[in-house]
Design a protein around this ligand. Structure first.
Ligand code: NAD
Length: 476
């Protein structure tokens, strides 16, 4: 099996399992153990904090052009290694190989983007009120960063955080998800091999709550960035607030999709199925609540169900698989409980609704209709292969339903009407909106939510801002 050795990276040194507690890494397609992951001790965490703090002034003072060169070299290494990285991702996370490999290439594009952005952290000069004085605004790296990333996009999510931080001149301690350690480490290997100085990036694993609390409470850490659930994001925000530390939080979503009568409903359903079941639905921006205008609802449901029939659930390493297993053992019961609750309140499973028999954490792609608005699944993020179809009457009704949750991450709308598109883009309460398609992520576009989906932007030219602070200098 092509699965790499796992280690911690601290102060430029790889530290293995010898003398450390370990955690199992599980292949979600089989339920079997693949490897043991070293857990960072408190001494390891102290060393990581010390090395990130020591490396910070050196990295801050490294010319932006040199930082650019290292990130660009790392991007090239990621591209050269994309097949091997993709294989490790599929083994530990489950998603189909084509998705995993594409994700490694996407991480390389993210490195390229932030390499460039790091050369453009311009300040400005302000005309003064006093002769002989120059007023300047400098953009300075904020300091050592603690970054916590999940298992659903195990390379692009850490890439967005690390590349932006490093390009800005910050140092980083990254805790990738323990479920998908090899993919997170692939980024670290590419950066080390590209010449990143010791201590600029450190990687640790362990019990998430213990590590995040220890690192965020440490005075060395000046910035916190987290992607994961709203519940955990709230705890991270509390910890960051205690130390008055800047935080970027990319949390849960429950994306609404408004399908108006004037859209090509069958085509939207086909596109929606591809988008919904990518990564087995474990995507914070996955389209989930499909609000379909009354006259089109039944046609949409029929076309959606037909398109589900073209999917193939299986081991992500097998050719032809389009939907892999859920990423870990906890997900199936969580998804199942939401479906059972909805069905007990009158929902109908048009397709799916159950786990797949056999080893591994496989779940049938599912479409539910006739939903009670009070059912849990209409209010809590399912984070799995479940789509919900609900009819609406007019634009006001659609927007009321879309906006009624506390989430506000991604949203989608399909209409041929310029007026309706305008109304939706003005009134949708979401950090991101795609009109007439489902693509929302790219290195060059801002990514982030509003309301309880978090704050701060991760991509685009906004993405580097979270790692910089503003200093005003007035010189006579
Ligand atoms: P979970 O909340 O246990 O874990 C989610 C992620 O957060 C994991 O990577 C975990 O390692 C990390 N985490 C958990 N507690 C932490 C802590 N105290 N400090 C730092 N990191 C911590 O849930 P799960 O069952 O693994 O995932 C399900 C839920 O997580 C979903 O319902 C979804 O809301 C959320 N999630 C969101 C994203 C996203 O992209 N926004 C990604 C993955 C998971």
């Amino acid at each position: 099996m092509d699965y790499p050795e796992l280690a911690l990276l601290i102060g430029g040194e790889w530290r293995d399992t010898a003398g450390r507690d370990t955690l199992p890494v599980i292949d979600p397609a089989t339920g079997g153990e693949i490897a043991r992951l070293p857990v960072a001790s408190i001494a390891d965490l102290d060393d990581a904090l010390e090395s990130a703090a020591k490396a910070f002034p050196l990295w801050r003072d490294t010319p932006a052009f040199d930082r650019y060169n290292i990130l660009r070299r790392a991007a090239e290494l990621l591209r050269l290694r994309a097949d091997a990285i993709g294989r490790a991702t599929t083994i530990e996370q489950g998603k189909p190989l084509a998705e995993s490999t594409a994700e490694a290439h996407a991480a390389a594009d993210i490195f390229d983007w932030f390499a460039e952005e790091g050369r453009r952290t311009y300040g400005r000069i302000i005309p003064t009120r006093v002769a002989g004085v120059r007023d300047m605004v400098l953009r300075q790296p904020i300091g050592p960063v603690a970054a916590f990333t999940p298992w659903n996009f195990p390379i692009t999510i850490p890439a967005r955080k690390i590349a932006a931080a490093i390009a800005a001149g910050c140092t980083v301690i990254l805790k990738p998800a323990e479920e998908t350690p090899a993919t997170g480490l692939a980024l670290a290997h590419a950066l080390v091999d590209a010449g990143l100085p010791a201590g600029v990036l450190n990687v640790v694993f362990g019990v998430p709550a213990t590590i995040s609390e220890y690192l965020i409470r440490s005075p060395e850490i000046r910035k916190v960035t987290f992607t994961g659930s709203t519940a955990v994001g709230r705890q991270i925000a509390h910890l960051a607030a205690e130390g008055i530390k800047k935080a970027t939080l990319e949390l849960g979503g429950h994306a609404p999709v408004l399908v108006f009568d004037d859209a090509d409903v069958e085509k939207v359903a086909r596109l929606a199925v591809r988008s919904k079941f990518r990564n087995a639905g474990q995507i914070c921006i996955a389209p989930t609540r499909f609000f379909v205008q009354e006259a089109s609802h039944d046609r949409f449901v029929a076309a959606f169900a037909d398109a589900i029939g073209t999917l193939r659930v299986g081991n992500g390493l097998d050719t032809g698989t389009t939907v892999g297993p859920l990423a870990h053992e906890r997900r199936g019961p969580a998804v199942g409980a939401l479906i059972d609750d909805a069905v007990s309140r009158g929902a109908r499973a048009v397709v799916g609704g159950s786990p797949v028999d056999g080893p591994g954490y496989f779940w049938q792609p599912t479409l539910l209709t006739e939903l009670d608005p009070a059912s849990r699944i209409m209010n809590e993020e399912p984070f799995g292969p479940v789509a919900l179809a609900v009819p609406f009457t007019d634009t006001d009704d659609a927007l009321r339903r879309a906006n009624e949750l506390s989430y506000g991450l991604a949203s989608y709308a399909f209409t041929e009407s310029v007026h309706t598109a305008y109304e939706v883009s003005e009134r949708m309460e979401a950090g991101m909106l795609a009109i007439n398609h489902f693509r929302l992520t790219g290195p060059e576009t801002p990514f982030g939510g509003v309301k309880e989906s978090g704050y701060g932007s991760e991509g685009g030219s906004e993405g580097i801002d979270g790692f910089l602070h503003t200093r005003f200098v007035s010189q006579a």
